[in-house]
Structures are given as C-alpha cells and as structure tokens.
Design a protein around this ligand. Structure first.
Ligand SMILES: NC(=O)c1ccc[n+]([C@@H]2O[C@H](COP(=O)([O-])OP(=O)(O)OC[C@H]3O[C@@H](n4cnc5c(N)ncnc54)[C@H](OP(=O)(O)O)[C@@H]3O)[C@@H](O)[C@H]2O)c1
Length: 337
C-alpha cells in the first residue's frame, strides 16, 4: 500500500515522499482501517520541519497525517465495538500517525462511527479541529449559554468549527478575520466579526468571558486586555502552563522550564483573577462520538476549503502552509489498497 511519509526533517519539497509499505496486522485493542479520506493540520508541518524534535525525536521515515475517515478492514483481539465494514473516523494517536495513506492500524479507543450524513471527505475534516475546540471551549473553559467568547482566526480549520460549536452551546461569538472572509465567517454563525486588516480588536472589545487564543505570540498576552475580571483564556498556540504540563506527564525538569516561561502569562492571569490554560488536544473516541451526533443532527457542518486527490497530497500540504485556508484541507484517498 502507498503512504506519504516524512523522510527527513525540512521543508515540504525535501521532506515528503510516497513510499510503498507493507499492510500491518492490528494488535490487541487495534483496528486496521482502509482510509477513504484524510485531513491535514498545521501540526503535521511542525513535525515535518522538526519544530517538535525537543519533545519527541522521531525515527524517520514516519507517516504524516492525524485525521482519517474510512472503513474497518480487520480488528485485533479485545475489540468488540467495531466490525469489518464499519464506517469510522478518528484523530489517531501519536503512536499511529500516518493517515495520508491507503491503510493504517489505529487504536480502537480513538475511533467513532462516522456520521451517516457526511461523506468520508467531510468526516475526515472533523476530528482534530473538532476535538481541540471541544476540549478547549467546553471541557477546559466550561463555556456557558449567554457568555461572550472571542475566537481568533474564525476562518481557519479551528476557527470555522469553534464558531459553530460555541454557537451550539449558546454563546455570543466574536471572531477576527481578514476583509475577504468577513461575510463568510458571519454565515458560519459569528455574532460580531472584526476585520483585523481594518480594525484593532483591542479598541473594540472588553468584558469578554472566554478568549480562545488560536494565534499565540502577542495574542496570548493581549487576551487579558479584553478579558473580564475572573474570565478564562484558553490557548492552543501559546505558552504551556504548569497544570497542563503536569496533566501531560511532562518530566519535572521540563516542567521547571515551563513554570519559568509561563510566569509572565500567569502573572497577567492573576491580575485579572483569571484562568489561563494551554490545551494540547488528545484523541478521544467518546468525545468524537458526541461531536458526530452534532453533525448527524446538522447542528454543526463540516467546512472544507479544498479536497486534493491522493496523488496530489504534497500540493495539499503546500496549500495548508500558506496559512490562508478557509476551513479544512482534505485528501481524498479513494479507499483502494
Ligand atoms: N494545541 C493544540 O492541540 C492545537 C490543535 C489544533 C491546532 N492548533 C494550532 O492552532 C492554530 C490554528 O490552527 P488551524 O488549523 O485553524 O490553522 P489554519 O487553518 O492554517 O489557519 C488559517 C487561518 O488563520 C487565519 N489567520 C491567520 N492570521 C490571522 C490573524 N492575525 N487574525 C485572524 N486570523 C488569522 C487565516 O485567515 P485570514 O486569511 O482571514 O487571515 C486563515 O483562515 C495553529 O497554530 C495550530 O498549530 C493547536
């Protein structure tokens, strides 16, 4: 079977290549999936460039891609929830990365049954961004009906699902985007859209209950300027906080560094009596099933920028790398072995 792999750390042209690989047998608790579609995410490019080498050094070549939608081909021992032929989708675990491929063995606990009303391309677009936004906004921030949430980069893969999810939970949604995307994100459900090319959101906003920081850098610190006293800042692109580091099982030495690095942000949080957490999303089949129900009931809709055929997977990564995607970049694998 064919798979796109990272053959060396570097840029897209020098690092990615198709390889012919053996199809593996699923072990205990695992399932072999025939992949129909995969979606790609900025983290795939970060790993390819070697940006995360300090956290996890890889034995190259390795697969690329964390989102899939496909069909169960065989099940390992101890798996009773899935049967051959089931249509499923997943954000696979870090030990099983490599969804830009024709087949993949995955951990059964990361799977959920695919929403029947979505195509494989549509359902592949959901897991990583859907779970991230669910874990950040609902699980960690505890977003409630009537609260004001600021979602940065509303037109991105994350933003386009986060707007819909926050609306589904009854929040008042404010988002930032560039001029061309203003009307488009309004149609996704945003109550207030700030065109960051023309307006300064810091001059327009105050008293925000929850800031979803999807941009990091200065945006993480700025979040506390618009936040209400006692509000919550949940970042997915900022500085790791000590509590999240502990929960992720990071060793004490690295945690000491994290404590130092997050000091200035935690100080800002303390001044506002606010919560600051950085979420590193985790695969979770049970939460994905909850999201599947929201898609099945048409409360959420998949947002796809472009679908590439499998042979053009490398071009798909180049498109994602522009950082201008409106929604998700998806690869149609076709399901052949
Ligand atoms: N911690 C985690 O577990 C986790 C999980 C998922 C993602 N992430 C991170 O979250 C970030 C977003 O991911 P993504 O999948 O949404 O990326 P993406 O789809 O590549 O985001 C592209 C979008 O960002 C918008 N954008 C860029 N700069 C902006 C700015 N200054 N203000 C407002 N919008 C801006 C662009 O809109 P315009 O063209 O209108 O500017 C574009 O639509 C990435 O850094 C990713 O690594 C973290």
């Amino acid at each position: 079977m064919k798979a796109l792999q990272i053959t060396q750390y570097g840029d897209i042209d020098s690092s990615l290549a198709f390889q012919e690989l053996d199809v593996l047998e699923p072990g205990a608790g695992e399932v072999l999936i025939k992949i129909h579609a995969a979606a790609i995410n900025p983290v795939d490019l970060m790993v390819m460039r070697g940006d995360l080498k300090a956290v996890k050094k890889l034995n190259l070549p390795v697969g690329i891609g964390r989102d899939l939608s496909g069909e169960v081909v065989s099940v390992g021992s101890g798996v009773s929830k899935y049967q051959i032929g089931d249509a499923v989708f997943a954000r696979v675990g870090e030990d099983h990365v490599g969804t830009v491929a024709q087949c993949l063995v995955v951990d059964a606990s990361h799977l959920a049954k695919k929403p029947e009303n979505l195509s494989h391309e549509e359902s592949a677009s959901v897991p990583l961004v859907g779970l991230t936004s669910y874990q950040a906004l609902i699980q960690v921030a505890g977003l409630k009906k009537g609260e004001k949430v600021l979602i940065h980069a509303g037109s991105g893969g994350i933003g386009s699902v986060a707007i819909q999810l926050a609306k589904a939970y009854g929040a008042y949604v404010i988002t930032t985007t560039s001029s061309d995307n203003v009307e488009w994100v309004r149609k996704l459900g945003a109550d207030q859209v700030i065109d960051y090319k023309k307006e300064n959101y810091l001059e327009l906003l105050s008293g925000i209950d929850v800031v979803y920081d999807t941009l990091g850098n200065q945006y993480t610190k700025e979040a506390f300027k618009v936040l209400k006293q006692g509000g919550r800042v949940v970042s997915i692109a900022g500085v790791l906080d000590p509590q999240s580091a502990r929960e992720l099982g990071i060793n004490w030495l690295l945690r000491k560094l994290i404590r130092l690095r997050s000091g200035p942000i935690l100080k800002l949080a303390k001044q506002k009596n606010a919560l600051y957490r950085m979420v590193i999303m985790q695969p979770n089949g049970d939460q994905l099933l909850e999201l599947a129900a929201l898609y099945q009931d048409k409360i959420l809709s998949p947002v796809i920028d472009k679908i590439y055929p499998f042979e053009q997977s490398i071009a798909a990564f180049s498109h994602l790398n522009t950082k201008r995607a409106k929604g998700k970049v998806v690869i149609s694998v076709g399901g052949s072995t």
